[in-house]
Write a new protein. Structure first.
Length: 542
């Protein structure tokens, strides 16, 4: 939970709900209805002349129907033209008035419904009572928003897990020093936002402003930058706990049957401790997390890869794409919307708008069951557009935007293959887990060919149907879990491998698992992985 000062704590997110789409256009209805004294709509009765017109129309309709039913001219012997009978309005015709009345009533009810929906869609939207506030914040999305539950997936028939290998991003964390400085600067707008509302210049809602009045800057952020939060600890603890409940038989034996390692940041070290805590709780195991390696080319290969640091992270392509994002029409609309909604004199820069988004999504992710007043400055669509910037950034920094990224995901997949090969040969471990960063998570998925779109992700074109969605690929505590199963099939011992991403089934293998041969065919190539291409002097191009 979060204390009164807005400090991060533990929490979990309730199930998400479907979005409700409102009608965009209203439909007016005037001619055939009126309003009674009670406020209900009633149908006007047709006049005598109207009844004659209806009768004539009915006869014409019947005549056309008969004509359509008659054989076409020249298609059969004896065929002839069909001439509709003349209609005399003075004839004594009895039209089906009840049928027409029912049809009119149906039309009026439909018009009323559309009018009400259209009216609702134009009503002022307030964040505090929104039915389902937008819960996705790209790489700052809380894990519980996107995860599945590995306990819900059965092991292959006749099989039992003998080894689990997993790769995890650290859990929910505080913002970095740079982001902390940026959001502290825009947090000073709080008083101006309140004053603008009280002077009648704002489009904000009263209750959202009340929440602003309660909000206070959390001073501890500047003392614990990038640190794991209580919510982050809980995310990793719960993953370990669910694995324990799914595979209790794996948590027996000597401590050397388990291996865990993290990178050297506090958020990763403590994430590993939280996972191990949840995994071993209630068992006789005394498990520890291996100390970070000074150079770790398995779970942090990019750190010492000169080609990545110069050509990708420091390259012009990434900078150009991020600059282009702030120029697109959608972002300019967001900027104008926020400026108008706040009604403040301070002119917001593109960076200022994005910093407002940063403070919104960090505070929101710390307590996913609550809301942040800073998110009330954005509409649902604003948040969708702002989230896309992170998609572009991660695609070019860590994803398919560079061939270097794809190959940097190879070393950790090689480790997976070698661990399972050792298990098949009788010398493997029960559980092997690593705790890294979104950079390696995304590089690993690219090495495996997952979430790859036909066209590159560009700032200039936001494709809502894209496969590359950082909210799932690199949320807080995102993970890749592989399970090696020993099976009895037709009297012979075989092996099957299952894969899960964020505790959900993946396309890498069916839920019944890949056969050992299929796994070898697809993953053996990673045993040849090396980092020779990381040298700037190496002209090799893959």
């Amino acid at each position: 939970m979060m204390n009164g000062n807005g400090s991060p704590g533990t929490g979990s997110l309730p199930p998400t709900f479907p979005k409700i789409a409102g009608a965009e256009n209203s439909i007016s209805h005037r001619n055939r209805s009126t309003t009674s004294n009670t406020g209900h709509l009633k149908l006007l009765k047709p006049t005598s002349q109207g009844r004659q017109q209806i009768a004539a129309a009915n006869l014409q309709h019947k005549a056309r129907a008969a004509a359509n039913a008659a054989p076409a001219v020249g298609t059969a012997a004896g065929s002839q033209h069909f001439t509709p009978p003349a209609v005399n309005q003075a004839d004594d015709v009895s039209p089906d008035i009840d049928k027409i009345v029912r049809k009119k009533k149906t039309m009026i009810i439909r018009m009323l419904f559309l009018a009400v929906v259209a009216w609702a869609s134009t009503e002022k939207s307030c964040y505090w009572n929104a039915f389902c506030p937008y819960p996705m914040y790209s790489s700052k999305t809380p894990y519980d928003t996107v995860r599945g539950d590995i306990r819900d997936y059965p092991s292959p028939e006749g099989c039992q897990a003998i080894s689990v290998w997993s790769l995890h991003r650290h859990g929910n964390r505080n913002p970095s020093s740079r982001v902390t400085a940026d959001i502290k600067a825009v947090a000073r707008l709080k008083d101006k936002i309140i004053q603008s509302f009280e002077s009648g210049r704002s489009q904000m809602c009263s209750q959202d402003i009340e929440e602003f009045k309660k909000w206070k800057w959390n001073e501890t952020l500047e003392e614990s930058q990038s640190f794991l939060t209580g919510t982050g600890y809980e995310e990793l603890f719960d993953i370990g706990k669910r694995l324990r409940k799914k595979y209790p038989h794996l948590l027996q034996g000597s401590d050397d049957k388990y291996y865990f390692r993290s990178t050297n940041e506090q958020r990763n070290v403590v994430s590993g401790m939280a996972f191990v805590h949840g995994l071993a709780e209630g068992t006789d195991l005394n498990l520890t997390v291996d100390g970070p390696w000074e150079r770790d080319d398995i779970i942090r290969p990019y750190q010492n890869c000169d080609r990545y640091q110069v050509e990708v992270k420091g390259g012009q392509k990434l900078e150009d794409e991020l600059d282009a994002y702030f120029r697109i029409v959608e972002f300019q609309m967001v900027k104008n919307n926020v400026q108008k909604r706040l009604g403040i004199d301070t002119q917001l820069s593109p960076k200022g708008v994005y910093s407002l988004y940063e403070i919104c999504r960090f505070y929101r992710s710390w307590t996913p069951t609550k809301q942040s007043p800073w998110c009330s400055v954005f509409s649902h669509q604003d948040l969708v557009v702002l989230e896309y910037r992170d998609y572009v950034r991660h695609y070019h920094l860590n994803g398919y935007g560079s061939w270097v990224n794809v190959h940097l995901g190879g070393p950790v997949v090689k480790d997976l293959y070698e661990n399972f090969e050792a298990a098949v040969n009788g010398s493997g471990r029960n559980v092997v887990s690593y705790f890294t960063h979104d950079t390696v998570m995304e590089m690993t998925f690219c090495a495996l060919g997952l979430f790859k779109d036909d066209a590159p992700i560009r700032a200039s074109e936001r494709n809502p149907d894209r496969l590359w969605k950082t909210r799932f690929i690199a949320s807080f505590s995102s993970n890749l879990i592989a399970v090696l199963n020993s099976c009895q099939e037709s009297g012979s011992q075989t092996y099957r491998v299952q894969f899960f991403i964020n505790e959900r089934e993946t396309e890498l293998c069916p839920i019944t698992g890949c056969t050992w041969k299929q796994f070898q065919d697809n993953f053996h190539r990673f045993t040849k992985t090396n980092l020779d291409y990381c040298s700037i002097n190496n002209t090799a191009v893959f």
